[in-house]
Design a protein around this ligand. Structure first.
Ligand code: BYC
Length: 466
């Protein structure tokens, strides 16, 4: 195995891939140094590194300086399967890119790849305000793994797309989140992540879009894409855990302070008020719904027909009656409009998004249990799917969080009721002072229930500053 780049793609014997990576790898490190986590290059972090794709190989814990992290290339083990859906469900999966789908596959891989470095850029400054060493370490774990996911997509581009793949791999290091002239491809990856509530919401809602997109790509007839994304999903689970439990801990602390004081305005007591938590949820959930694309999408129909991108658990569960999706349609209700019927194949983005919404609702129910357990009446909720949308059937409509259509100008005037204002952010910034001492945690969040890899949740040096 190549010691510098752990892999299970026989890198040592793939001269073409090694040559492509020899140019790209130093450029990647330069990118990491320029826009990766700010200020912690010399710190030692207790990180998990994937060194093989076997059950015991992908979770190796050790102290590592982040720039020395060994980003690797891993594919999940091959499986005996057929394409399984679309126009040619009985075909064998493709080991090379079929010429007729080259453009589509490249576009999907580039779009997926673009989100990974974008998220690292978005989270660049968070280390300076971490509530505990446990949280700081989790942030860095997420960052190095997103960067590894970039490697995974770059592997596909280098290995299967020749010269234009190499050019796309370069571009992935050139675009920048939020940049006016060279932004990242999808909107949510250009939105700033300013504080830790943004981060937990991003990991809960935006990473969860990642889960559903990766799940649908793991069904792909292009076998290397399927195997690459299957391995990425093993890492992705931790990112969503960070988001879901992070928000849960915020809600726990807020609920404790509300119960103790008998009031909702607990900022002066050091907590984040529940209505502010709700606004962050409104913002990141609606941004993340946009990531599924339009409900009625000819691109999605093409991907499905070709066998490039399936539905959630197309193969692995008994979720669908049949796998061609040529019959039936999807009913879309738009506020103020009549129900629209979309032929099923064109509605694949909406079908995937519905599975995602159900998953998000599960998270909400979990946080609400924290409120109920303390005898509080308030509840958190997901906004209506029409709220704050810029992509798809709801784009261009102004709706409130319940889906009521607003008069012209009303959305702009009342925006601050629903999404964080500058004042809300300033109040969070007051609370979010860094806590870097083992055994300690900031006052606005409850301690984690468990530590990492059997270590104590707080009383452990997850990051050693230097
Ligand atoms: N922003 O038919 P439409 C993750 C464009 S997250 C800007 O509606 P389609 C992660 C679209 O490109 C998962 N533009 O959409 C999470 C198209 O442009 P053209 C990332 C958008 O193509 C956290 C036009 O609008 N993975 O991994 O069916 C941390 C009409 O397109 C947006 C993927 O997304 C938008 N939101 O579906 C780290 C998987 N939405 O053709 C990582 C790969 C649409 O008119 N991507 N447009 O120029 C795809 O499968 C699809 O491209 C999409 C959109 C699901 C994104």
């Amino acid at each position: 195995m190549n010691v510098e780049i752990p892999n299970n793609v026989d890198l040592d014997h793939d001269q073409q891939l090694r040559r492509a990576l020899a140019t790209w790898h130093p450029r990647f490190l330069q990118w990491w140094n320029e826009v990766g986590p700010d200020g912690f290059d010399t710190s030692t972090v207790y990180l998990r590194t994937a060194i093989s794709a076997s059950a015991d190989g992908w979770a190796n814990y050790a102290y590592v300086k982040m720039p020395e992290y060994r980003w690797g290339i891993f594919l999940a083990p091959p499986e005996s399967r057929k394409v399984g859906f679309g126009d040619h469900p009985d075909a064998d999966p493709w080991q090379q890119v079929p010429g007729e789908f080259r453009k589509e596959l490249r576009r999907i891989i580039v779009t997926q790849g673009d989100t990974e470095p974008a998220s690292v850029e978005q989270q660049r400054h968070l280390g300076k305000t971490a509530p505990s060493l446990y949280d700081l370490r989790n942030l860095f774990q997420v960052n190095v793994e997103e960067a590894r996911h970039l490697w995974a997509m770059v592997y596909l581009l280098h290995r299967f797309f020749g010269r234009d793949g190499r050019e796309e791999a370069e571009e992935l290091l050139t675009r920048r989140s939020g940049h006016r002239d060279h932004p990242r491809i999808l909107t949510a990856f250009n939105a700033p992540i300013r504080d830790w509530l943004d981060f937990y919401c991003f990991a809960m809602f935006t990473d969860r879009d990642g889960k559903y997109q990766l799940e649908s790509l793991s069904e792909s007839g292009f076998d290397p894409l399927s195997r690459t994304t299957r391995f990425m999903l093993t890492e992705e689970a931790h990112h969503m855990f960070v988001g879901e439990t992070g928000l849960q801990r915020v809600v726990q602390r807020t609920a404790d302070l509300m119960k103790q004081s008998g009031r909702a305005d607990i900022h002066a007591l050091g907590g984040i008020e529940l209505n502010i938590v709700q606004k962050y949820i409104n913002l990141w959930y609606s941004e993340s719904l946009d990531l599924f694309g339009a409900e009625d999408s000819s691109n999605a129909a093409t991907y499905f027909a070709a066998g490039i991108k399936g539905r959630y658990h197309e193969h692995t569960a008994n979720m669908y009656r049949e796998h061609r999706a040529l019959e039936g349609d999807y009913e879309l209700r738009v506020p103020g409009g009549t129900a629209e019927r979309i032929p099923l194949r064109r509605a694949m983005n909406a079908v995937l998004r519905d599975a995602y919404i159900q998953d998000c609702e599960r998270g909400l129910a979990r946080w609400n249990r924290e409120l109920a357990a303390r005898g509080l009446e308030q509840r958190l909720a997901l906004p209506h799917a029409s709220f704050n949308r810029k992509v798809g059937a709801y784009a261009g409509q102004s709706c409130d969080v319940r889906g009521n259509i607003l008069a012209a100008g009303e959305f702009a005037a009342r925006r601050g009721e629903w999404v964080p204002t500058g004042e809300d952010r300033a109040r969070n910034a007051e609370l979010m002072q860094p806590v870097y001492e083992p055994g300690k945690i900031a006052g606005w969040i409850a301690p984690p229930a468990k530590g990492i890899n059997g270590h104590p949740p707080l009383d452990f040096e997850y990051v050693i500053m230097s």
